[in-house]
Write a protein that binds this ligand. Structure first.
Ligand SMILES: Nc1ncnc2c1ncn2[C@@H]1O[C@H](COP(=O)(O)OP(=O)(O)OP(=O)(O)O)[C@@H](O)[C@H]1O
Ligand SMILES: Nc1ncnc2c1ncn2[C@@H]1O[C@H](COP(=O)(O)OP(=O)(O)OP(=O)(O)O)[C@@H](O)[C@H]1O
Ligand SMILES: [Mg+2]
Ligand SMILES: [Mg+2]
Lengths: 227, 227
């Protein structure tokens, strides 16, 4: 379970203070499927980064399965993150000197999974996302949407307990986007908590619960399929 | 006028050959407003890179206002590009150690425009794209959509004769996207040739002429507003 209590995240730029998250409180149960929408700059990525243990609140608390994360040191954060959280970044963050296959395989390599087990797992994910012929391309040899799908595959390959997707279909045509959504929703159907930040209403509407943000605040939080 | 004649662009990856552009021919008149749509990996960015003189055809010719570009050397290409073409990249390519303001100002600095003239021009563009309070933020201190708008402002600041936009609204909510489209369409209204690659049908429909690509080929090319 994810519990945020009065979380604030302030950024300082020169003498300007930016309230990227302003007093955010919420509870997310295991296996929930949330969408987060709102204007550009409203705090969506910052919220995801805090939930994903990539960033710490300035104030307030974040409890992940009864562990108070704000009390953990950086090593403990990194360890929890690697074991439990899959993150699809808005700007992908692929390793430029590795191929698509190696990028997706990397979390499994770092976790000590044997080649005989990890190779077919990576291959299956690439096939599911129509990247079969692009496995040996490096990121600079891929289209924007292909890079996005590699980032998605990498986030899924460890079967994390929480999958955080920051604009996963932003660079994709309708058909590729549908493929991606089917894949991550299948993970949710198996019990993985799924949080999707999106600007696309059609994508956001598929979630079971809908969060809207504005100026660092959660201004709307309602459950139920809208269509 | 832009004229492509049987343009091919092949990429070699190991022993695999990718036909990113496959026998593309088209004529674009000065002041035209085109959208280019198609599946992920169909060749849209590659087509834009060739038109924008960032990449050369493997075969075929590209004539830009009666100059055969395939005969130009790299310096001449760079010179033509700097003077005439504004490019909004799918992955932004901002200078990470410069502020948003400095990123937008950079083309004017390189062109030798005096501070007294370039400062207000940059400020106006930042205001038009709702970036007024973010001018002194560096790219890593901006949201994804804010970075996208900085990339857009930079492409517009030199008043290029051709503006090439690769998925300019991919990271933007509806309102920010509308702001961007209004700004670039205003340039088109003043005679600038505008080519927009997009996955969003609502955005693509606004163009006066619609190109569809599939597997490196142009499979559709029709004029007129669809709605
Ligand atoms: N440098 C390269 N080396 C090898 N293959 C490449 C290279 N650049 C692009 N490709 C391949 O060429 C094809 C077209 O790429 P392009 O980037 O033009 O697609 P796109 O239509 O812009 O896709 P998207 O909608 O995903 O951005 C893709 O299949 C891609 O893998
Ligand atoms: N490192 C930072 N330093 C200063 N300000 C920051 C930093 N990171 C983000 N911000 C600011 O915090 C606000 C929220 O940023 P965030 O990336 O969470 O927005 P977002 O909702 O994801 O936007 P988008 O839809 O454009 O991706 C923005 O106004 C941004 O400029
Ligand atoms: Mg964001
Ligand atoms: Mg592209």
């Amino acid at each position: 379970m994810i519990r945020l209590d009065k979380v604030c995240r302030l950024f300082q730029v020169g003498d300007q203070e930016v309230r990227a998250l302003d007093d955010v409180s919420m509870v997310i149960e295991n296996g929930d499927y949330l969408s987060i929408m709102g204007p550009s700059g409203s705090g969506k990525s910052t919220l995801l980064n805090v939930i994903g243990l990539l960033d710490r609140p300035t104030s307030g608390t974040y409890t992940l399965d009864d562990r108070e994360t704000t009390a953990l040191n950086d090593d403990e954060l990194a360890h929890t993150r690697a074991r439990r959280i899959g993150f699809i970044f808005q700007s992908f963050h692929l390793v430029s000197r590795m191929t698509a296959f190696e990028n997706v395989e990397l979390p499994l390599v770092l976790a000590g999974v044997a080649p005989a087990e990890r190779k077919p797992r990576v291959k299956k994910l690439l096939d599911d996302l129509s990247l079969t012929d692009r496995g040996h391309h490096r990121p600079d040899q891929l289209s924007g949407g292909q890079r996005q799908r590699v980032a998605i595959a990498r986030a899924m390959v460890m079967q994390p307990t929480v999958l955080l997707a920051d604009e996963p279909t932003g660079n994709l045509d309708h058909a590729s986007g549908a493929e991606v959504l089917a894949a991550i929703e299948q993970l949710n159907a198996r019990g993985i908590t799924l949080i999707v930040v999106t600007h696309d209403n059609e994508v956001g509407d598929r979630a079971h619960r809908h969060i809207r943000m504005r100026d660092g605040k959660v201004v709307d939080d309602f459950a139920g399929k809208r269509t």
